[in-house]
Write a protein that binds this ligand. Structure first.
Ligand code: ZN
Length: 379
């Protein structure tokens, strides 16, 4: 896309945005009715929904708290089992070490005997042939020779028997040891599973605790929403009380005591900005910027803020009986929505905010939302 096209697209976007603003402005209810608050029933319905949500959260939290207690118990049990298994494993290690020591002793005994036997045998066979016979012949007598061979053979037999015994002993120890090694292996497998279980239980508890914390803060925000709705309900009720109360303010006071001139009357006129003919919904009272504006009659402030529809800084007061007054283009506002004001009370100051060509007060009287000629109401 070249620059020319981009700027065309930008222009189109600006145009579309402007059109949207116009549509929003035209459909804005502010000019026909200042109050667009939800009804008390609707607000109460919202409160019921919030209470339901809170009850749901509390129920969930209570359930999770129960689960946490259960998993905590499971965790404690599993942990105790794990500790006792660790003790058992330590015992197995000690047992195995003991068996290993016994085996080493037996092995060394066996080797000693083997050495002895070897020595005897080596001696005997070294004596074989003439020398051995000589030894026998060299004996003092036959019994001496016999005694010598018998003695040797006895030693051989005896050592052999000892060695067999040691072999048997070694076998027994090996058997016991392998039993413990097997038990140790099984227990190691069990404790590995336990470690996983313990970690899982820990994770579950942690995640549930986090959920409870999140739910609790959700509940807190719902409580705040509920309180806000409570305020809205109170405001709405008092507003309706005013609307439903008959107007008893008598003749209204003039809103700008220091200026009694009307520069533009109520009714058909040519709009000073657009040049088109239109209905002027109030009267214009010119006065220097900052001139005090007084409430025309007692009532309750139902609007006290910037109005983007053209009124600029705007104040609206509900006087009961469906009668309201508007004070527009103010330079400043000195009251708040919901505030009760008395006749003649300072509520703001003259300005030229919004669609305005100079400092003046645009003053309106509305009866059930319809603009009436203020001069019929003020003294
Ligand atoms: Zn005006």
């Amino acid at each position: 896309m070249d620059n020319k096209n981009i700027s065309a697209v930008k222009k189109l976007a600006v145009f579309v945005s402007a059109m949207m603003l116009v549509i929003v402005y035209l459909s804005s209810p502010l000019f026909s009715s200042v109050s667009n608050a939800a009804t008390v029933d609707e607000l109460k319905k919202q409160q019921q929904q919030i209470n339901q949500q809170k009850a749901d959260i509390e129920k969930k939290n209570a359930e999770m708290q129960g689960s946490i207690t259960q998993t905590q118990q499971d965790y404690d049990q599993e942990w105790l089992k794990y500790l006792s298994n660790q003790e058992q494993l330590n015992q197995f290690r000690l047992d195995i070490a003991g068996y290993n020591e016994e085996l080493a002793t037996a092995e060394s005994n066996y080797q000693d005997k083997e050495k002895q036997l070897q020595d005897r045998l080596v001696y005997m066979y070294q004596q074989e042939g003439n020398q051995y016979i000589d030894a026998i012949i060299g004996s003092k007598n036959l019994s001496d020779a016999l005694e010598k061979t018998y003695y040797l053979s006895l030693i051989v037999d005896n050592t052999n028997q000892l060695m067999n015994e040691i072999k048997g002993l070694k076998g027994d120890i090996e058997e016991k040891k392998s039993l413990v090694v097997n038990q140790q292996y099984d227990l190691q497998t069990t404790t590995a599973t336990q470690e996983t279980n313990i970690q899982n239980l820990k994770d579950i508890n942690q995640s549930m605790t986090q959920q409870i914390t999140a739910n609790t803060s959700k509940e807190e925000s719902l409580t705040q929403q509920y309180a806000k709705l409570q305020e809205d309900i109170a405001k709405e009720i008092s507003r309706q009380q005013i609307v439903n109360t008959p107007y008893s303010g008598g003749t209204m006071g003039w809103p700008v005591p220091s200026s009694h001139r009307v520069s533009s009357p109520f009714g058909g006129r040519v709009n000073p900005i657009s040049g088109r003919s239109e209905m002027h919904t109030g009267i214009d009272i010119p006065a220097p910027g900052g001139t005090p504006i007084n409430a025309s009659a007692s009532g309750k402030v139902i609007y006290a803020q910037w109005n983007s529809g053209g009124y600029g800084n705007m104040i609206a007061i509900d006087h009961g009986g469906g009668i309201a007054t508007y004070y527009c283009h103010c330079s400043s506002i000195s009251v708040n929505v919901g505030q009760t004001v008395s006749r003649g009370q300072l509520i703001g100051r003259v300005g030229s905010t919004g669609y305005s060509t100079g400092n003046h007060l645009h003053f309106e009287v509305r009866v059930n939302g319809v603009a009436r000629n203020p001069l019929s109401y003020v003294s």
